[in-house]
Design a protein around this ligand. Structure first.
Ligand code: ARG
Length: 275
């Protein structure tokens, strides 16, 4: 048996789904005619928060704003590395106002916020792995924003092209299992067919030992997971993926956010990591 995996305590920024709804359609999951059960959404979201807290993580709250139904998806509002905050410029006009309350939260918490010049959707498309920032493009965040991110953080940005509209954000197709901060090597899990052939090759070169997920795992938001280096907070429907990560010594913690799938979101979308 190999050494047990060691979790690292995290700080997460989240936003209660008080005003959560599906009022417009900006990805293929969203159907404004389908009703959202806000009470159920609140209950599911609180279960996620409790799971983070019982596993030793700190949770900070940004106050939700009426009329911003996607504000619950905190991951999209920024990417934070070593206390430096790169904000968001949303692709959809409906989501652009979300930047105001998030930037205000960061400023009040003592962080300066760098505003992007090009369309950029925070951790939705920018995934810090430890060595790199993996950066999705194709639907939302632009290659211009990738260049801004590299210049701002001074971390190598690896551009990856997303090709399937169901996986319109990088964090719907890929997550970091281990950021390499402990004894372990940096590693990821991803769904290869969400990427262009060249991007698939890049991922295979960088992460030859990655966990590869099936379309079925991806379609239940299994890749929209959060790992603390030991526990993997994961959609319960992603059973094959959970088995694979368990076989690598991680501990899957299933959390059901089914109501949020109606908006095209899951666990990671609701979670901004403050590094
Ligand atoms: N309805 C939101 C949108 O399409 C969902 C965002 C999900 N967030 C994420 N990190 N993938 O923008």
């Amino acid at each position: 048996m190999s050494e047990p995996r060691v979790p690292r305590r995290r700080r997460y920024l989240v936003c209660e789904p008080r005003h959560f709804a599906v009022q417009y359609a900006i990805n293929p999951w969203m159907h404004p005619d389908v009703k959202v059960d806000v009470d159920l959404a609140q209950e599911q979201w609180r279960t996620l928060i409790r799971a983070y807290q019982t596993h030793g993580h700190t949770v900070d709250l940004v106050e939700p704003v009426a009329g911003l139904p996607d504000m619950v998806f905190a991951a999209n509002s920024a990417v934070v590395i070593e206390g430096r905050v790169f904000g968001a410029l949303f692709h959809a006009p409906e989501r652009r106002p979300e930047s105001v309350p998030y930037d205000t939260w960061f400023k009040q918490a003592g962080y300066a916020v760098q505003r992007p010049e090009a369309v950029c959707e925070g951790e939705g498309d920018l995934v810090p792995t430890g060595r790199y920032v993996l950066a999705g493009t194709g639907f939302r965040t632009t290659p211009e924003a990738h260049r801004e991110v590299q210049e701002f953080f001074g971390v190598p940005v690896i551009g990856l092209r997303l090709v399937d509209p169901y996986f319109y954000h990088l964090d719907t197709a890929l997550f970091v299992l281990d950021d390499g901060s402990g004894e372990r090597e940096e590693n990821i899990a991803y769904y290869p067919d969400a990427f262009s052939p060249g991007s698939r090759e890049v991922l295979a070169r960088l992460y030859p030992d990655a966990v590869l997920a099936t379309r079925q795992d991806a379609m239940v938001f299994g890749l929209n997971s959060v790992s603390d280096g030991r526990h993997v907070f994961i959609a319960p429907g992603a059973t094959a993926l959970a088995e694979q990560v368990a076989a690598r010594g991680y501990v899957p913690v299933p959390v059901d956010l089914s109501e949020f799938q109606k908006a095209g979101g899951g666990i990671k979308c609701c979670t901004q990591e403050i590094r």
